[in-house]
Ligand binder design. Sequence first.
Ligand SMILES: Nc1nc2c(ncn2[C@@H]2O[C@H](COP(=O)(O)OP(=O)(O)OP(=O)(O)O)[C@@H](O)[C@H]2O)c(=O)[nH]1
Ligand SMILES: [Mg+2]
Length: 322
Amino acid sequence: MSELKLIFAGPVGAGKTTAINVLSDKPSLNTDAAVSDVTAARKATTTVAMDYGSLALSDSQKVHLYGTPGQMRFRFMWDLLANDLAADCAGLVLLIDNTRASPYRDLKYYVQEFSNLIARKKLIVGVTRSDLRSEPKLAEYEGWIEELGLQAEVRFIDARSKVDLVKLLQDFVGEEAQADWQQLLDDAEQAPERSVADSPAPESPVSDYLGENIVMKDSIVDDVLNIKGVQGAALATDMGDIVTSSLDDTELDDFIGFMAGIVPVFEQVSDLGRVRSVVLKSERNDNVSVYVEEEQVLGVVSSNRASVRILRQQLDDLLQWG
Ligand SMILES: Nc1nc2c(ncn2[C@@H]2O[C@H](COP(=O)(O)OP(=O)(O)OP(=O)(O)O)[C@@H](O)[C@H]2O)c(=O)[nH]1
Ligand SMILES: [Mg+2]
């Protein structure tokens, strides 16, 4: 029996777990846990380690399917799968959710994270949930893929549809596979629609489409306050004007506004390239972290007992999934 391996990656809620459940002959192994963090607005459960399933392509060949967790805090699993467990895979299936705020940023982010694998292996991009929002269009994705210097096919699929998934496999690994595709497609047509753990998950909302930029909404201040160890936050424009603040310390507000102006100057005079955050760590008092996005700056005051690295990761998750 010969074997093929495929890795499924992509953002939270793109449908990696769903796709592996739908494709797998035997019940797939999922490590989903209830969501207790910023992802909760979009989904009830999220993958915390990995998904695994397998599908017999014929009597002589089997394809192993490995799904990665979408959340950044579990990105060590991405490396483990790409460099170790499934380093000898035939290729990467990147699923992108068309209803998220910036599918372009998602695409760019995951392509970068898996660049070592993509340099050695084939890539195919499946865009899900286009029934809920049709923008961006396929032609836009094709443009982005070219811009990112990739050679990959992109198509709209529904991760709940076995037919869509079998067709994707056929076009992706058809050449190296020994499969009776017609038989597989006929079987897929008979297959009942399945979702995560066979139970319908709540539909995640369609975000405002932001193109290539992340725009922090005023509500980011309230969202950040939900992160453990955070004591206060303020959002400022790149001109240093405070938009919203939970801090009752105007000097701190002024300082965060001041950093909005300082960071671009610092970038220009140093060789550091793009600076995304500045952290002032205190031995005795709270830490102040300043995060710089396009045209906006977020200042966060946190307990010096909270890890700055974890705070950064949770904020990244918030910006990415929010
Ligand atoms: N309407 C619609 N729903 C879809 C489509 N594809 C997948 N879904 C749904 O979107 C959700 C995807 O959830 P998961 O499969 O858990 O996503 P995931 O990529 O594993 O997410 P993480 O494990 O959190 O990274 C499920 O509720 C699917 O039923 C689609 O094309 N259209
Ligand atoms: Mg999952």
